[in-house]
Write a protein that binds this ligand. Sequence first.
Ligand code: ATP
Length: 230
Amino acid sequence: MLELSGVDAHYGATQVLRGIDIQVPVSSVVALLGPNGAGKTTLLRVASGLLKPTRGRMSIDGVDVTGAAPHQLVDKGLCLVPEGRGIFGSLTVRENLVLCSRRGGEKEAIERAVDAFPRLGERLDQVSRTMSGGEQQMLALSRAYIQRPRFVLLDEVSMGLAPKIVDEIFEFLARLAQEGTALLLVEQYVTRALAAADYVYLLNRGQVGFAGEPSQLDADALAEHYVGAG
Ligand code: ATP
């Protein structure tokens, strides 16, 4: 389990996260929702070690990892799929996959990626920036997948994609969770995130305004948090 407790974070003098308590258990999909500027991306930056919290604690399976560097968290099985995807646009699909595979494990990595998204198999030698947005997102997700992560942090994976592709991506995320990976999912697409999630946190102005199961979150509560964001 990935756990943040009492986490504050600042950019310079500006406080962006306030006393965040979040738990992401193994094999679960946890959605992190909230209006623009609520601090969702900042929370993913803290959880992946890119931004040090100014207060509070982070742990993985009960072991304190507060202030750990990104590579140390990667070693503990944590993987961030950032907004904008983090793929190398000028490289081919195959090159992107090989770059995050283990030595000697290149072939297996490519097979694993193609198993996750068969259409990548038809595009292995295509320069990745020339693919559609959906295909690029599939590449980004499969880059995470081939590293066999235990925790995947996803920032707006469905952004700008056609509904059919988003379906495919969410089916894949469900499969990842079934295989035992824990997912922390930042999403603008509220309905879809609620359908996929086992647990939801609603962030507002850097604080958790709601934490509970999707079924506990009614339309009024959602409207209150989104409208209340100002
Ligand atoms: P969005 O949905 O718009 O991406 P978000 O919930 O992910 O929003 P964050 O990107 O975490 O929100 O931003 C939270 C606050 O921190 C915002 O007020 C934003 O302007 C501010 N902020 C974000 N990045 C920086 C930065 N590098 N330096 C200073 N302030 C920042």
